[in-house]
Design a protein around this ligand. Structure first.
Ligand code: FDA
Length: 577
């Protein structure tokens, strides 16, 4: 029988990333996908800062950024009657507003970019394969059985139509929104599937003349009918600048799904572009449904689900593949430590505790964002509850009603910040679980809106704040110092006893911990003084950072016996208490 440590079902963003992380950490893994290659349509594209940080940790940030559309071309998001028609409003998205750009650049060494799934997935799986993963294409997962020592999966080679078994110590179900793995282990799901109908039309056409003056990855079209089904409004989305596009258009889910033939697809493209003379080369069409569903529990025994298998939602906020990749990052280091005998299997239970609340959060957020288009339609007089006499044209009137309408429209567009500039949702995840040792301080309050703004803190459970340090003549991020599959201990001048403690605990427990003193004359210096501003501990305190860059343990002082304090903390969080 074929054996492996981790069997991953699915080679999408979740499965591909899980394989990349595990392979980089030296964990034997096999990836299955029922298809002959990776995604064949662009699907997800917004690649947020946190995801790029993870790729930076894997050493492949340059491949992501070089293949993606640059941040400065992402953000002049327009609301219009059609691309050629009247423009109703514009919002600077993904942190491109000068005011928000400061927030984004201060929070991370990386900026968002736009990378369609067709280009991202091959980078994930080919890098994973180059680091030791085994990939099995055209191979379908059929069923699983688990016992105390492992999981046996039955799979089918679709080329030869033969069925065989793979034995693994753990299995990851990254098999998408219709996950058979999640179903087979009876994960409890909340919410509803198929709440709206939608279609994707991918096509080639040179639309530069309609977008050159407002480069963006999203152009929202507000036409009669654009509110039916779908993701809130009609969407013309850039796939590759500026000649490959994807239109998202809704349909009434209570009716049979339309057959989107060439004539229908071309008509929709012409309507949304507002120009029926453009030459359209159709690449693909597909019909899909909008879901509002999340798993209340994400694992059972030795089987862990991630990605769309546990969060199913519309593409609003661009959270789909980002969250899928971040799920994988959360689980991978835990699996690596358990498989290497450095942590107890109980550590794996914290995957569920940490990621299930995020599944709920993003599913709710994405659906709320989809609904919030309603206020723009209302402001334009396109809903039954809009004030009488209001139309798109009436917003131009020199009347009190016209002024009210203009203000309502401005506010309705501003509300879309919660979809397009939700920096707190993208970057501000804080974990509470037994893999985080509380330090007795209350959770720091959010000084600004917690969804729109990221709040840096070293409160245990939060991601370590980014700031620039120096190492000789190099400038490095705090995020470059941590990660790489191992724990990191950070202290200041006067905290040298923590370094000795880290070395001794590392040796005693057999768990790699990289200690650093940050300060003048040391390997890392805080020349800008930014670390002193964000670290929230004095020089003699310490931060223990998990392999996924979240703070595991924080101390404000140096106790009498730092080795004992550190050993207790690490043993507790690794379940070796
Ligand atoms: P994903 O669905 O990507 O991958 C599942 C994997 O499992 C595939 O490799 C598949 O072959 C495999 N698999 C499934 N069953 C299997 C079995 N029984 N045996 C073996 N392999 C199996 N998001 C967004 O943010 N913006 C967007 O515009 C879009 N658009 C979009 C369009 C369409 C048509 C779809 C289907 C989805 C989107 N999405 C999207 C959502 C986004 O694509 C999604 O969030 C991520 O792909 C989720 O990644 P996963 O890896 O979890 O699943």
């Amino acid at each position: 029988m074929i054996t492996t440590d981790v069997l991953i079902v699915g080679s999408g963003p979740a499965g591909g990333a899980a394989s990349l992380f595990l392979s980089t950490y030296g964990v034997d893994n096999i990836v299955l996908t029922r298809y002959g290659w990776t995604a064949n349509t662009p699907r997800a594209h917004i690649t947020n800062q946190r995801t790029i940080e993870l790729m930076r940790d894997m050493g492949i940030e340059d491949q992501i950024v070089d293949n993606g559309t640059a941040h400065e071309l992402m953000g002049q998001t327009a609301f219009c009657t059609s691309l050629a028609g009247e423009e109703i409003g514009r919002i600077r998205t993904w942190g491109t507003h000068p005011r928000r750009l400061a927030d984004y650049t201060e929070a991370s060494p990386c900026l968002p970019c736009d990378l369609p799934q067709t280009l991202f997935e091959p980078i994930l799986v080919s890098t994973a394969a180059s680091r030791g993963a085994q990939l099995r294409f055209s191979t379908e997962y059929l069923s699983l059985e688990q016992d105390d020592d492992g999981v046996t999966a039955t799979v089918r080679d679709r080329l030869s139509d033969t069925t065989y078994q793979i034995r693994a110590k753990y299995l990851i179900g990254a098999d998408g929104g219709r996950s058979k793995v999640a179903q087979d282990i009876d994960l409890p799901m909340a919410g509803a599937m198929d709440i709206e109908g939608s279609m994707n039309i991918v096509f080639e056409a040179d639309l530069s003349r309609y977008v050159a003056h407002r480069p963006s990855v999203l152009y929202w079209v507000l036409q009669p009918g654009a509110q039916i089904g779908g993701i809130g409004a009609g969407l013309v989305r850039m796939v590759r600048p500026w000649n490959e596009w994807l239109i998202v258009w809704g349909y009434d889910i209570s009716q049979p799904a339309p057959v989107v033939d060439e004539a229908m697809a071309t008509e929709i493209v012409h309507n949304l572009v507002g120009d029926d003379t453009i030459d359209v080369k159709l690449k693909s069409t597909s019909v899909w449904s909008v879901n509002h569903m999340y798993a209340e529990k994400t694992s059972k025994g030795r089987v862990f689900c991630m990605g769309d298998a546990i969060h199913r939602h519309p593409p609003s906020n661009g959270l789909g593949s980002n969250t899928s990749i971040q799920d994988a990052y959360n689980l991978a280091w835990k699996l690596a430590l358990v498989l290497k005998g450095q942590a107890a299997p109980e550590l794996l239970q914290t995957y569920d505790v940490e990621r299930a609340p995020i599944a709920k959060q993003i599913v709710d957020r994405a659906n709320k964002s989809r609904n919030q288009f309603g206020q723009i339609f209302r402001a334009l007089g396109m809903t039954p509850d809009a004030p009488a006499g209001r139309t798109i044209e009436s917003r131009k009137d020199d009347t009190p009603e016209g002024a009210t309408q203009r203000e309502e429209l401005r506010q309705a567009i501003e509300l879309k910040d919660y979809e397009f500039n939700a920096h707190g949702v993208e970057l501000g995840q804080r974990y509470k679980s037994s893999a985080v040792i509380e330090d007795g301080t209350p959770e720091p309050p959010y000084e600004r809106d917690h969804e729109l703004y990221y709040h840096p803190t070293t409160w245990p459970g939060a991601r370590i704040p980014h700031c620039w340090l120096t190492r000789g003549t190099d400038t490095v991020s705090t995020l470059d110092v941590v990660g790489k599959g191992r724990f990191t201990l950070l202290t200041g001048i006067g905290g040298e006893a923590w370094v000795k403690a880290a070395q001794s605990v590392s040796e005693h427990l057999g768990v790699p911990i990289e200690p650093y003193v940050i300060g003048p004359g040391r390997e890392l210096d805080d020349l800008y003084g930014d670390w002193a501003r964000v670290r929230e501990i004095p020089d003699e305190g310490c931060l223990l950072v998990r392999p996924d860059a979240h703070i595991a343990y924080r101390s404000f002082e140096q106790p009498d016996d730092p080795t004992d304090a550190l050993q207790q903390a690490i043993s507790a969080l690794l379940g070796r208490g």
